[in-house]
Design a protein around this ligand. Structure first.
Ligand SMILES: [Zn+2]
Ligand SMILES: [Zn+2]
Length: 226
């Protein structure tokens, strides 16, 4: 699946240096089939707004379903640091959709602010996969945890740790989809068990995206079915 343009339905067909048609700044542009040349910052902004819009409009209490609504639109690459925002956002939306009265708009903004600061490639470069940190961030936002918290401080760190253990045991190389699927399930389970969320715990999905992933580990991946 080709990545979609930030402002129209066309796919990105090339990339070159130029003036962004959105913000007017010079830089490397993603150029779509309709001729829009959009810089990285404007492309990221559009994708983050898309994540927010999908989550606010969603009705599913299954975080995997919300996540796939985000991904299926095509504004995120196969591997993309925006998964660090998408995982936690899908969990927040599923939690709201399960009947909890939360200020979802505020929490999604907070998720974007924090999740977008998790660096690209942090799995391999820092030993700290961003999809896992997204789950810790989700629970931190949900519980209002800060560095000074006592009761929930351990829970939010343990949530990230539990995701990291599961994805680490499978091994590399990277896959933002595999790690997101694992993180969503662990996040839903902890939110349910520890914090009484009524959201659904997603079943293991069958991955439909392995052909787009040049680094797919195939039979070593629990979601690969040929
Ligand atoms: Zn376009
Ligand atoms: Zn721009």
């Amino acid at each position: 699946m080709a990545v979609k343009c930030a402002v129209c339905e066309s796919s990105i067909v090339e990339s070159y240096e130029g003036i962004c048609t959105q913000c007017g700044k010079e830089g490397k542009l993603n150029v779509c089939g309709s001729g829009h040349g959009i810089c990285g910052a404007c492309s990221d902004k559009a994708a983050f707004e898309h994540i927010r819009d999908v989550c606010l409009g969603s009705t599913s209490a299954d975080p995997y379903e919300v996540f796939m609504q985000i991904v299926d639109d095509g504004r995120m690459r196969m591997h993309d640091f925006k998964h660090h925002v998408a995982v936690g956002s899908a969990l927040l939306a599923a939690h709201r959709n399960a009947g909890t009265n939360i200020d979802l708009g505020f929490m999604l903004d907070e998720m974007r602010k924090r999740g977008s600061r998790i660096p690209p490639g942090s799995c391999g470069l820092m030993g700290n996969c961003g999809a896992a940190v997204s789950v810790g961030t989700f629970l931190s936002i949900l519980t209002g945890t800060t560095p000074y918290s006592e009761d929930t401080w351990g829970d939010v760190n343990l949530a990230t740790a539990q995701c990291l253990i599961q994805l680490a045991l499978i091994g590399g190389p990277r896959c933002c989809k595999r790690n997101s699927f694992i993180a969503l399930k662990v996040g839903a389970r902890i939110a349910k068990e520890k914090f009484g969320s009524e959201m659904d715990i997603p079943d293991d999905p069958v991955c439909q995206m392995s052909k787009q992933n040049g680094e797919c580990i195939q039979d070593r991946c629990p979601f690969y079915k040929g």
